[in-house]
Design a protein around this ligand. Structure first.
Ligand code: XMP
Length: 319
């Protein structure tokens, strides 16, 4: 695509002009945006770039392996894989306010990036895959009063005291354009086509306080849900689909016993830029099949509900 090639060349020039001979750390989340940003930066500044992938214990099933493989083996981009599950889960323990959770995660990310920067003798810049809608939604809500809906960790969620300057080469792009740029940079189609995944990860898919047992349940249930969506050939039609684990238990019956387990919410939406969205109208047979599989295969869930809220008035994520 000619336009994207031109954008790419221009973006590379801009990055070189901003960074000069400086060292750059790029936070990789496993999502499309940060991956595209990382590959673009690598083309622009080569080994002045160090990618840092923070495993905060809030990732999906097998996420870490997928990302590490793509970057180290496929691209040969130096990647530091930081195990920070204990750190993040300890700081999040007992915290149930969504904005507090986001702020804690944003701060810990910066702590980890700064620690990794020190290890390589200092870094001048932190690169992130911030998109245009992230910028808008962290600042104000279109058409309404100027209020923050959510502090996206890669925009409003960052602490002010950070030592590194920000490099955000995707700041003018929408998601479909980022995917186009990813293709232009040669990222594999399965990776470019992945659903968006938020920086704060599964923490914002566990409404209320986050705990390791709940995260483990959520990871398993989410994997089954996505597996069924792929099998049904619906993955690319849907903008984003995921499971949410509720801090509520309900009574059920299995075999001849009483159960008292968590409720799991399923979400799927169509959208073009994430700014507005419609819930996806699955047929009931499909939903019933997914619910049966999850309840049979995942210990800790005995009830599944489907979210039929569009955005607005709902947001895509539950927190
Ligand atoms: P909401 O929930 O605000 O989400 O309707 C819109 C899109 O943004 C993603 N999202 C985030 N992405 N950091 C990110 O990188 C964040 O803090 C964050 N919060 C929400 C969300 O998954 C959806 O695609």
């Amino acid at each position: 695509d000619w336009t994207m090639r031109a954008f790419k060349e221009e973006a590379i020039e801009k990055i070189r002009a901003q960074v000069g001979k400086g060292r750059v750390i790029c936070g990789l989340s496993g999502g499309v945006d940060s991956s595209v940003a990382a590959v673009l930066l690598h083309e622009a500044i080569g080994d002045q770039l160090t990618c840092v992938f923070v495993d905060h214990g809030l990732l999906r099933l097998n996420e870490a392996e997928t990302v590490v493989q793509l970057f180290r083996d496929h691209y040969n981009i130096p990647l530091v894989h930081v195990q920070a599950e204990d750190l993040f889960l300890k700081e999040l323990a007992g915290v149930d306010d969504p904005e507090k959770k986001r702020k804690i995660i944003g701060k810990l990310f910066i702590d980890v990036f700064e620690q990794e920067a020190r290890k390589i003798g200092g870094a001048d810049f932190l690169a992130q895959g911030t998109l245009y809608p992230d910028v808008i939604e962290s600042v104000s809500f279109t058409g309404g009063p100027s209020v923050t809906i959510k502090s996206h960790h890669n925009v409003g969620g960052l602490p002010e005291r950070m030592n590194m300057k920000l490099v955000e080469p995707l700041r003018e792009l929408f998601k479909d354009e980022v995917r186009e740029l990813g293709r232009e940079l040669g990222l594999p189609e399965v990776f470019v086509g992945r659903h968006p995944f938020p920086g704060p990860g599964l923490a914002i898919r566990c409404p209320g306080a986050v705990s390791k047992p709940q995260l483990d349940i959520l990871r398993q249930a989410d994997a089954i849900y996505i597996d069924e969506i792929r099998k049904a050939g619906l993955y690319d039609t849907i903008w984003q689909a995921f499971a949410v684990i509720l801090p509520v238990k309900t009574v059920g019956v299995m075999g001849d016993g009483r159960t008292y387990e968590h409720v799991l919410g399923l979400r799927a939406v169509t959208s073009t830029d994430g700014m507005t969205a419609d819930f996806y109208p699955f047929d009931m047979k499909f939903l019933g099949h997914v619910a049966t599989r999850i309840i049979n295969e995942v210990k800790g869930v005995n009830r599944v509900v489907y979210d039929v809220t569009s955005k607005p008035p709902g947001t895509i994520e539950w927190e």
